[in-house]
Write a protein that binds this ligand. Structure first.
Ligand SMILES: N[C@@H](CCC(=O)N[C@@H](CS)C(=O)NCC(=O)O)C(=O)O
Length: 323
């Protein structure tokens, strides 16, 4: 198997959080090296001397040491929710990483900045947050009615502001749309996954993956997907299948649910037993062109997920499903 990329990360760092968020969105699996910022591993500093997290070291030894570039790299592999479709994210991200982060740091840690006053930075930070809130009120998300790279890149910093001033954040009328927006990220099951804990990396110890509750999908075993006949007809017309599971599209869920053979009956009984005739698609995992990752369901069982559309050429067989 090819070597997985290595991610140096720090759990609470908002830059590392947005990088991990993008890796989750894209269905990627990496080697996870949690870093104690006071004792950065020599391997990380050798890869990137500037000593900030996140750092992603790719199989070909290419190094990505800016969180935004990690996000772009991940979403270039797969972007099932279309986060990169809106090309206007740059201005907001620059405002976040520049002025907003500047005020956030000085508001949060005023004692580390002699001569600065909390109020000045609180006022300036709040003005930015209120403007973002107004934009969300207008569009649903920061830029449009769909999440974009800007939404994914900013939420960890807005969360930090709330942690610094929960009273002010929670009771400001103008921040209501922003609060609801932030809640969407924090209530999403992805949040818990990206905040999983790990001990600082020990080269001699266990070598965890991120996400820790996922594994790579073996390419030697077929995958299966139950499909409604009408959805399959649409796919044969469009040349590609984009249904995640019964009644939900790939864009809504972020991946296509699959099963291994022994999981099929359970999947059928949970979701399709009253659906009438159902088709069974047999998928060759070697022929899909989007990432595959097996993620833990709430029961803890691992299920294979395809983080992109299913090309018809990867469907080896289509037959009525028989229990
Ligand atoms: N521009 C960098 C900033 C990353 C950054 O500043 N990370 C902080 C942690 S949140 C860090 O590693 N600081 C180094 C240190 O604290 O020693 C990026 O986007 O990746």
């Amino acid at each position: 198997m090819t070597q997985l990329p290595v991610l140096y990360s720090f759990r609470r760092c908002p830059f590392a959080m947005r990088a991990r968020w993008a890796l989750l969105q894209a269905g990627l699996l990496v080697q996870w090296r949690e870093v104690a910022l006071k004792h950065k591993p020599a391997e990380m500093l050798q890869a990137s001397a500037k000593g900030t997290v996140p750092v992603l070291v790719l199989g070909d030894d290419r190094v990505i040491d800016e969180s935004l570039e990690v996000m772009h790299w991940a979403l270039a592999q797969a972007d099932p929710r279309g986060l990169l479709q809106n090309r206007d994210s740059g201005t907001l991200i620059a405002e976040n990483d520049g002025p907003f982060k500047h005020h956030l740091d000085r508001f949060k840690y005023t004692d580390r900045y002699p001569g600065e006053t909390t109020e000045t930075h609180q006022r300036a930070g709040l003005a930015i947050l209120r403007e973002w809130s107004r934009q969300i009120d207008q569009h649903g998300w920061l830029l449009s009615d769909r999440a974009s790279l800007a939404d994914g890149a900013l939420w960890p910093f807005v969360r930090q502001w709330r942690i610094a001033d929960p009273e002010g954040f929670d009771h400001d009328d103008q921040l209501k749309p922003l609060r609801n927006w932030l809640r969407r990220f924090l209530k999403d099951p992805l949040f818990e996954r990206l905040m999983q804990r790990a001990d600082p990396w020990d080269p001699a110890g266990a070598q965890p993956h991120f996400p820790a509750d996922a594994i790579a999908v073996p390419l030697t075993q077929p995958l299966f997907h139950l499909a409604l006949e009408a959805d399959w007809r649409t796919a044969t017309r469009d040349g590609v299948y984009r249904i995640s599971t019964r009644g939900l599209r790939l864009e809504q869920v972020g991946f296509i649910h699959c099963s291994w053979e022994e999981q099929l009956l359970g999947t059928y009984e949970r979701f399709y037993s009253d659906a009438g005739d159902v088709l069974l698609l047999e998928i060759d995992p070697k022929l899909v062109n989007a990432p595959l990752r097996a993620d833990a369901a709430p029961t803890g069982d691992l299920f294979p997920h395809l983080y992109g559309a299913l090309p018809l050429k990867a469907v080896r067989e289509v037959a009525p499903f028989r229990t």
